[in-house]
Ligand binder design. Structure first.
Ligand code: HEC
Length: 358
C-alpha cells in the first residue's frame, strides 16, 4: 500500500527549534510537507520551520460559491423564463434591470454561504471526532503531526525521537476513511460518517413522507381546508329577492320545487334520452320497474304506471330524482335542474315505448 498514509504520528518537542530540526529528517524519509502539520502552543511564524505557506482554500471556496450563485441566478432569471415562457405582450421575455439585480443577489448569496461553510471547514468546526490532542500542546510543547504509510511508520517514529521528540504517539486510523479524512482536512470519525448517512436517509425519508402525504402539515391556505358548506348541505344563502332563476326554480333541500318547466314535446324528447342514461337500468325501458338492476332493490324500483307515481305532483318527482328516496340514490350529481324537469315531464306524461328509447 505504498503512497497511502495509514497512520498518524504525534511527537512533542520542547521548543520551536527542535521541532524545526525534525522536519528535514522527516522530509528525507519521503514524507511531503502536506503530510506534516506543526501544532503550536502559541502563534509562531511558520517561516522558522521552513514550511511552505499553508494552502489558502477560502478564496477558492468563495469564488466557487460566487460562480454557483451566479449560475443559479442566471438559471432562475433566464432559464426558467425560457422553460415556461409567458405571454408578455411584446415585452422582452427576460427583463434586463431586475434580472441583473437578482443575479447579483444570488451571486452574493452563493459567495457568502460558501465563505461561511468554507470557514467552518477551515477551522474544522464542529469537531465531532476524537481530536489528536495532548494537554502539553497547550502548555509549552510544540507538536509535529505526521501522516505516514506503514512503511514510513518505524523510520518516522525513530526520526521524531532522534530529534528530541518525546511522548511520541501513534494513532492507527488506517484505511479508506482515514485517507478521506486527511483529504478533507480533518479527522472525521467513522461514527460521523454513519451519522451523516443516517441523517441523510432520515431527511430523505421525512421528505418522502411529506411528498406522499404520510405526514401532513395542514395550514389553511387552500379553500378546501377552510370551513365550507357541502353540496346540498344547509344552511345556505337564499337567492336575492329580485333574482330570476334560469331553469325552473332553485331547489332548496327539503322543500318542494314549485314551478316546473313547460312540458313541451322537446322537453319530453330530451327526457327520453336522459331516461335511457339515468333511469333505465333500474326502472326499465318503459318505466315499469323491471330494469336489469331491479332485482337488487327492496322495495323494487317504482312502476311509473303503478298506482303511486301518476298521483305524485311534478314537484315530488323532481324532489325524488334530486334527493333520492329510500334505496333510490340521489341523481342530482349528473343532472342539471333543467334536465331534471325534462325527466319530470317524461315521467308525468306518456311513458316512453321501447322504440322511442334511443
Ligand atoms: C339505482 C336504481 C335507480 C335508479 C337509477 C333510479 N331509480 Fe327511481 N327508484 C328506485 C327504487 C329502488 C325506488 C323505490 C324506492 C322506495 O320505494 O323506497 C324508486 C322510486 C322512484 C319513484 C317513486 C318515488 C315514490 O315517491 O314512490 C320515482 C318517481 C322514481 N324512482 C323516478 C326515477 C327517475 C325519473 C329516475 C331517473 C332519473 C330514477 N328513478 C332512477 C331505484 C332507482
Amino acid at each position: 500500500m505504498r503512497g497511502f498514509h495509514d497512520y498518524l504520528l504525534l511527537g512533542l518537542f520542547s521548543g520551536a527549534a527542535p521541532a524545526a530540526e525534525a522536519i528535514p529528517a522527516l522530509r528525507r524519509l519521503g514524507i511531503p510537507d502536506g503530510r506534516i502539520k506543526v501544532l503550536m502552543p502559541y502563534p509562531h511564524p511558520l517561516r522558522s520551520f521552513a514550511r511552505p505557506r499553508p494552502r489558502e482554500r477560502l478564496t477558492l471556496i468563495t469564488a466557487i460559491g460566487a460562480a454557483v450563485g451566479f449560475l443559479i441566478g442566471v438559471f432562475l432569471m433566464v432559464g426558467t423564463t425560457n422553460l415556461y415562457p409567458l405571454d408578455v405582450g411584446g415585452q422582452p421575455l427576460v427583463p434586463g434591470p431586475p434580472s441583473i439585480v437578482m443575479i447579483y443577489e444570488y451571486t452574493l448569496l452563493g459567495a457568502l454561504s460558501f465563505l461561511f461553510f468554507g470557514f467552518l471547514l477551515n477551522i474544522r468546526t464542529p469537531a465531532y471526532w476524537r481530536p489528536v490532542y495532548d494537554r502539553r500542546l497547550t502548555e509549552d510543547a510544540f507538536g509535529l503531526l505526521v501522516a505516514v504509510t506503514s512503511r514510513q511508520l518505524a523510520p518516522a517514529e525513530a526520526a521524531l525521537r532522534a530529534n528530541g521528540g518525546f511522548g511520541v504517539r501513534r494513532l492507527d486510523e488506517a484505511g479508506f476513511f482515514h485517507r478521506l479524512r486527511w483529504w478533507l482536512g480533518g479527522q472525521v470519525s467513522t461514527g460521523m460518517w454513519v451519522g451523516l448517512v443516517a441523517g441523510a436517509v432520515l431527511g430523505i425519508a421525512v421528505l418522502c413522507a411529506f411528498a406522499y402525504s404520510a405526514l401532513q402539515w395542514i395550514y389553511p391556505d387552500q379553500m378546501v381546508t377552510q370551513q365550507s358548506v357541502g353540496h346540498q348541505e344547509g344552511p345556505r344563502l337564499t337567492a336575492p329577492t329580485a333574482a330570476v332563476p334560469i331553469q325552473g326554480p332553485v331547489l332548496i333541500a327539503g322543500q318542494p320545487a314549485t314551478e316546473p318547466l313547460p312540458a313541451s314535446a322537446a322537453s319530453r324528447e330530451r327526457g327520453a334520452i336522459l331516461f335511457r342514461t339515468h333511469c333505465y337500468l333500474c326502472h326499465g325501458n318503459e318505466g315499469q320497474g323491471n330494469g336489469p338492476l331491479a332485482g337488487y332493490y327492496a322495495p323494487p324500483p317504482a312502476n311509473f304506471r303503478g298506482p303511486v307515481v301518476p298521483s305524485l305532483p311534478p314537484s315530488e318527482v323532481f324532489r325524488v330524482i334530486t334527493l333520492g328516496r329510500g334505496v333510490m340514490p340521489s341523481l342530482a350529481e349528473g343532472l342539471t335542474a333543467g334536465e331534471t324537469w325534462d325527466l319530470v315531464t317524461l315521467v308525468k306524461g306518456p311513458l316512453p315505448s321501447p322504440t322511442a328509447v334511443p
